[in-house]
Write a protein that binds this ligand. Sequence first.
Ligand code: FAD
Ligand code: N01
Length: 543
Amino acid sequence: DYVGDQIDQHLGRYSQADAVVVGAGFAGMYQLKRLREMGLKTRVIEAGDDVGGTWYWNRYPGARCDIESLGYSYGFDPELEQDWSWSERYATQPEILSYAEHVAKRYDLKKDITFETRVTRAVYDEDTSRWTIYTDTGEAISAKYFIMATGCLSVPKEPDIEGADSFKGPTYVTGRWPHEGVDFTGKKVAVIGTGSSAIQAIPHIAEQASQLTVYQRTPAYSLPAGNRPLTNQEVSDMKGRYRDFREEQKYNFAGIPKPERALEPAAMVPPEERQRRLEEGWTQGLTGLTTKFADALADEESNAIIADFIRERIKARVKDPEIAETLTPYSYPFGTKRPCLDTNFYETFNRDNVTLVDLRKTPMEKVTPKGIKTSAGEEAFDVIVFATGFDAMTGALLKVDIRGKGGTALRDKWANGPHTYLGIAIAGFPNLFTITGPSSPSVLSNMMVSIEQHVDWVSDCIGWMRGRGLETIEPTEAAEEEWAEHNEAMANQTLFPQANSWYIGANVPGKPRTFMAYVAGVDVYRIICDQIAASGYHGFETA
Ligand code: FAD
Ligand code: N01
């Protein structure tokens, strides 16, 4: 590395910036805008060849948002929200990507973004209090502030199925879908997985493929999306009250103001009223059912009322009772893995060209050159689609070799699971900030709301430091430890730890199991973050 550095210096591939931001998804784009407005020379480095992050990479058929589009958008500029109009209740991936393009153009962001470039390594120098950030194109950038806006769900999980590379036909990963699309017409297709991505893609693939076989390990709880075009009236009503709505988003549990969370636990709600609430919640999207009882995610009996209701509805959507039973989830409480919204997912299994394989009964053995082998035998396919998820929360952070004070590797520090202060900063890694990092509410919320809150907090913190002539900021070990304990205590008051979810790293073999999101809500979390800033950054050390 030393020799490489010397060569780079000699060739002049060292550059200077005030801040380097990694990632040009919604987090990196807004971070660039904020820092640039503060007068910082900012470079954004992005692996893809355009902006949009998640919505750039996940181009699989049926990909769309499951937070209502009027709320899944930036709130930082009252003019931006007036000059963009969403067309459907839940926006498609292409529409969200064109929104990202629109934002990039409006604020002229691309001039400071270097595309098709991956950050591979970052080293903190205690003598200069600066980071050197290295890229796979041989550039090294020296910067005072180093911001990882690399996404919670941006690194597809490495295939953990034996022989995954041996298949002779084409394979596709939902999170790295080809830009030109895939034509499944006349093909015999296998889809592995039944998480959110698979649930969106399967109905579309089934319409094209001659034969589709779905390999399911754990059934999901999925609710009907009830997607539809938005009326002009709905759009203009929201435009009339957007400013109020943005405030409601900020001080709501999940950044989704409607429906409001009930205050009573299920036990206090009479049976008829329970039923009324469940039926109402069924049509109200992602948080429709979890908001119906105050203890929906904390009490097993309360949760079971909701789960039973969903199970009945799933069974009513599938004609063959055996297939219906296989698709019905029992092994974990509702909401402890991220719930899904679907359009015709369950009905797809009523089609003659679709088969469901229950991997709990006939476990996956391997992928072969011809197809897939389970304990029941081998099946040949033309195409395999891996909808097997992501190395979530820590994947993108740990892919970069980040070295803090004393040369400590972040990978070593996090060997037993990620420790951060507020999900934003890490002891021993001064001036490094993580947008929606582990131990922040991030993935349990409307991420646009969480992203904006983090970017604003980080930008304000940098502004505060500059105003005082401070060079560095980092959390104390004690503050980090206290935050970790608080996180764990909060998670343990809920049912979340009961599921083998990606929230706890259970989906990636060998990954340490810790609950990686802050469960107390974005409203509570925002207040904590604001109070910490107002106190002069309690829990941080500055120099
Ligand atoms: P990303 O959009 O993931 O952007 C991170 C960027 O960093 C990527 O472009 C990546 O290429 C780049 N990057 C990473 N590492 C490096 C590196 N080392 N060098 C250079 N570049 C790098 N959230 C919701 O709230 N509602 C939804 O409905 C919703 N739907 C989703 C659907 C899908 C299919 C997925 C995968 C996620 C969904 N999410 C949803 C979560 C979504 O990730 C966030 O809403 C949001 O888009 C994240 O933005 P981000 O900028 O933080 O990260
Ligand atoms: O990934 P997942 P995803 N053998 O991890 C199965 C967001 N998102 O890409 O549960 C066999 O949820 C795995 O089975 P199991 C959202 O936050 C949102 O679908 O591990 N099967 C599971 O069924 C979401 O939660 C939207 O037993 C294997 C599936 O693959 C997150 O992204 C759309 C396997 C993976 O499901 C991730 O969703 C898409 C193996 N070896 C994504 N390995 C919206 O709608 C994994 N599986 C907004």
